[in-house]
Ligand binder design. Sequence first.
Ligand code: FES
Length: 96
Amino acid sequence: MVSIRVEGDFEVVDQDGKVFGLAGRNKIGLCRCGHSENKPFCDGAHKKVNFQSVIQAFDLPPAHRPLFLNPSSRLPAGNLTDRQHPDRASTPCVSF
Ligand code: FES
């Protein structure tokens, strides 16, 4: 499997925080190859381009770590979720 499988009770949001309608799905694949015509969802295009990738599951650091490290922001970043932060549209959701 080359897509990222997400299962359970979740939402997928775009860069503006708008929620994708999943039509009741509780299991989806997210594209990692960059070739899907239906991004961010996998549409099987990875097979046509023979995308190969193996990743091993790992643990993210604790969620209470700051998600955003923007020195120009006047708001504290550490206690905001990615959806609440004013710089959300221009920063990644998870930092390492
Ligand atoms: S991972 Fe499946 S289309 Fe990109």
